[in-house]
Design a protein around this ligand. Structure first.
Ligand code: HBI
Ligand code: FE
Length: 275
């Protein structure tokens, strides 16, 4: 998928690419997308809808409907943002690819979600070098329409610089990774997806929901903050929240947990042992 924290993503001091603003945003220039690009979006959308029906948390399905993300083709941001802004005060902004962690989390702290301004080619439906517009809008935006998740993600953005100041940005990245990106939840007694990296990926969703290989652990904030992750392969562990509402209400405890953690050694995602 894409790199953990700022080691591989653009480094925090890197200048934005040519044509991008200081905050790494670019215009979407929706008219630039070809008929093939829109067809790729429609193919991916239809596949995920078919694969995931009944496997997504209800908040995701509600978000899809609300944002009318089911009409064909890549969404125009100005139209999408009209609805999203009214709903939870979030807007989606276009970026040319991975942005440095500090830039990424700063956008989140201001209720702006960075979305790739490109879509994968038709011959690479299942491999994603960097988050593209399908991963970002189909994967993330429906949950941004849920007021509690909207608050949760902004809280992560606000926490990042404070955690970064004490060398713990990678822990906030992990919390983001094991919830917003790859989170699983139990809802109505069933294992459901809420993480964008699962909602938008054919193979990862299958792996997370059905494979015997990965460990599926109860969501424990302390364990999440200690568990590293690899972004270039299917995940070897997922964290499952039992009570989605409880997770989304946990925002206020991040500070105290981060403070309590600075002595805790990292855990290996494959084994759960000390890394
Ligand atoms: N940049 N464009 C973009 N999209 C992301 O999802 C992203 C990023 N930079 C950093 C980053 N994600 C990660 O550090 C987070 O997944 C934790
Ligand atoms: Fe993502």
């Amino acid at each position: 998928m894409f790199p953990e924290c700022s080691t591989d993503a653009a480094s925090d001091t890197e200048a934005p690419p040519p044509g991008a603003a200081d905050d790494w945003t670019v215009l979407q220039r929706w008219e630039r997308f070809s008929a093939e690009d829109h067809a790729v979006w429609d193919t991916l959308f239809a596949r995920q809808q078919a694969k995931l029906s009944g496997r997504l948390v209800r908040e995701f399905a509600q978000g899809l409907d609300l944002l009318r993300l089911s009409h064909p083709g890549i969404p125009r941001l100005e139209e999408l943002n009209e609805r999203l802004l009214r709903r939870t005060g979030w807007t989606v902004v276009s970026v040319p690819g991975l942005v440095p962690d500090n830039v990424f989390f700063r956008h989140l702290s201001q209720r702006r979600f960075p979305a790739g301004n490109f879509i994968r080619p038709a011959n690479q439906l299942d491999y994603l070098e960097e988050p593209d517009v399908f991963h970002d809008i189909f994967g993330h935006v429906p949950m941004l329409a849920d007021p509690r998740m909207a608050d949760f993600i902004q809280a992560l953005g606000e926490l990042a610089p404070r955690a970064g100041a004490s060398g713990a940005l990678h822990r906030v990245a992990r919390l983001y990774w094991y919830s917003v990106e790859f989170g699983l939840a139990r809802q109505d007694g069933e294992l459901r997806i809420y993480g964008a990296g699962l909602a938008s990926s054919f193979s990862e969703a299958e792996h997370a929901l059905r494979s015997p290989a990965p460990r599926r652990l109860p969501f424990d904030l302390r364990a999440v903050l200690r568990t590293s992750y690899r972004s270039d392969r299917l995940q070897s562990c997922y964290f499952v929240v039992d009570d989605f509402d409880e997770l989304l209400a946990s925002g206020l405890r991040f500070d105290s947990l981060l403070a309590a953690l600075d002595d805790a050694a990292d855990l290996d995602p494959d084994t759960g042992n000390l890394a």
